[in-house]
Design a protein around this ligand. Structure first.
Ligand code: FAD
Length: 533
């Protein structure tokens, strides 16, 4: 079948077979993994079950170590140093890889439609069956439909983006160094605007500033005085997901470094020459000329996932919802992890209510202290996230809240309890879209798959509240190991090397580790490469 210049093939991979203990031949279950990022790569690295025929589909034939992506934009590290080719892992594990993008998930027929990466008219489309689908396609940059952003701004999400930014920065300096330009023209070309005061925008601004101070001063001394970095943020502060001290430190440092930080300013449009912002307090719109804009205001859902959500009755949601076992709600045999999905917290609350009323026997809506303790134990078993924060001495906060709400801590009311949980709990909010979460989810899911057969027979999870028996597995438990905070948040350059070694230890292979370390050494000795190739 063919259509619109695209050739469509049916699934060309016949199912693989395996031998059971008694010598019988059985068909292996086909696990299709979408994505080779933090979630997908981690899943594949830990997956070790010979009963699965694993097929990976991703338009990117490498894993990308995103925390060092901002360092690629100024040439501190090379793009090749922070990527790990996927083929090596495929060979080692005996998995198959197809360089393509999934364009449609047909959950009712357990099929996906893929398109080869080739953007030309020779692009191929083909179907692929699955028994189990693991969706780890990440997210796309969110423009909030701001006019002109797609056309005029750079994003910083992929290795190619970082390389384009690097070229664009160097080209800006070369253009600004041309003869016969007015001062205004040079100022415009060298006005770098970063939109979004989250970790990526902040880190990029800091990397750009380092480049201007450490290298541009030597390479382009004549135009250095015309450079300006503006960081625009719609909220009151930058890095508002971090501790207030980090925010304050970053804001002060930017002020010292001469980075023009404009908070409470929302971008309303970007043309080829100007960026327009609205001052939130006054509603006043101001337009400024710029040379280059980097857009980093968070992430949005990929079109393939949006369409899939409509199909399975999740059309009203913002993000694809899973349960705590990472199973996508509303369909069978599909798991989702990383930035593309979130664990549905509404169900968590419903289940807590169910546990509560079970203990309460549905009569009074209140429990005594002993009953309350057993309820908390049940909830903790089912919801490790809750346990995690109860352990952080938040239990005392709950007790206090209950006491103040009830005036009596011997009886606990379900509504007050639910309210108390939502007030004090940070762990139960949606998990952040970070590499830490995605890689832990990948590891968790692989470990579940590794013991699938054993746990089918002997479940290890907590009792179900909907339906009988036990769950096969323990639910996913996120462990926060601190933030990969921007390296410059560490106090100055002396401790920068400490961050560097932390990054180096997190890089996935000895090959990438040695490449990154040699990039750092090269930069230390020779400075950054300022060529625009
Ligand atoms: P990704 O890692 O984005 O992987 C998605 C994969 O799916 C890719 O291989 C992609 O090619 C593939 N894909 C896309 N579409 C399709 C499709 N249709 N079909 C098949 N495959 C598809 N997090 C931290 O914890 N610490 C940090 O310091 C940090 N720094 C960051 C810096 C930058 C510049 C950026 C952009 C992100 C940073 N993050 C950081 C966030 C972190 O990178 C993400 O949370 C993480 O990548 C999410 O992992 P994922 O597997 O969900 O998605």
């Amino acid at each position: 079948m063919s259509g619109g210049g695209l050739l469509v093939y049916s699934d060309s991979n016949p199912p693989k077979r395996t031998l059971t203990a008694d010598g019988q031949e059985t068909k292996k279950k086909k696990v299709v993994v979408l994505g080779s990022g933090w979630g997908g790569y981690s899943f594949l690295s830990y997956l070790n079950n010979p009963n699965y025929d694993v097929q990976v589909v991703s338009p990117r034939n490498f894993f990308l170590f995103t925390p060092l992506l901002p360092s690629v934009t100024n040439g501190t590290v090379e793009a090749r140093s922070i990527v790990e080719p996927i083929r090596g892992l495929m060979r080692k594990k005996g998995f198959e890889y197809t360089e393509a993008e999934c364009v449609k998930i047909d959950a009712s027929n357990k099929k996906i439609l893929c398109r080869s990466k080739d953007a030309s008219k020779d692009a191929k489309e083909f179907n692929m069956d699955y028994d189990i689908l693991v969706v780890a396609v990440g997210a796309k940059p969110n423009t909030f439909n701001t006019p002109g952003v797609e056309e005029n701004a750079h994003f910083l999400k992929e290795a190619e983006d970082a390389l384009k930014i690097r070229q664009s920065v160097i080209n800006s300096f070369e253009r600004a160094s041309l003869p016969d330009l007015t001062e205004e023209e040079r100022k415009k070309i060298l006005h770098f605007v970063v939109v979004g005061g989250g970790p990526t925008g902040v880190e990029f601004s800091a990397e750009l500033h380092d480049f201007l101070v450490e290298d541009v001063a030597k390479i382009y001394p004549k135009v250095q005085e015309f450079t300006r970095i503006t960081l625009l943020e719609a909220g009151d502060h930058i890095l508002n997901m971090f501790d207030k001290r980090i925010t304050a430190f970053a804001e002060e440092k930017f002020q010292r470094d001469g980075i023009d930080l404009k908070t409470k300013n929302m971008v309303v449009g970007v043309t080829a020459d100007e960026i327009s912002t609205k001052e939130i307090a006054t509603g006043k719109i101001v337009s400024e000329p710029y040379g280059m804009v980097v857009w980093s205001t968070g992430i949005g859902i990929r079109p393939v996932i949006k369409e899939f959500m409509h199909q399975i009755g999740q059309g009203q949601r913002r993000v694809l919802a899973t349960d705590e076992w990472l199973r996508v709600e509303g369909c069978d045999s599909v798991y989702a992890l990383g930035d593309t999905a979130t664990i549905n917290q509404r169900r968590v609350m419903e289940d807590i209510a169910a546990i509560f009323s079970k203990a309460d026997k549905g009569e009074t809506g209140t429990l005594n202290k002993k009953e309350f303790k057993s309820v908390v134990k049940d909830i903790c078993q089912r919801y490790p996230q809750v346990e995690l924060y109860l352990k952080k001495k938040k239990l005392r906060n709950i007790a206090n809240l209950l006491k103040s709400a009830n005036g009596d801590d011997t009886k606990v009311n379900i509504e007050t309890f639910k309210q108390a949980l939502s007030e004090v709990d940070t762990q139960m909010k949606n998990l952040p879209a970070t590499a830490q979460v995605a890689s832990q989810q990948g590891k968790y899911l692989a470990k579940c798959f590794n013991k699938m057969e054993k746990c089918e027979k002997k479940p290890e999870g907590p009792l179900r509240f909907r339906g009988e028996g036990r769950h096969r597995f323990q639910p996913f438990r996120y462990r926060h190991f601190g933030s990969f905070a921007p390296d410059w948040v560490s106090i100055g350059h002396s401790s920068q090397w400490l961050w560097y070694s932390v990054y180096a230890s997190k890089l996935v292979s000895w090959r990438t580790r040695s490449l990154v370390v040699s990039d750092w050494v090269r930069r230390f000795i020779f400075g950054r490469d300022s060529s625009s190739i």
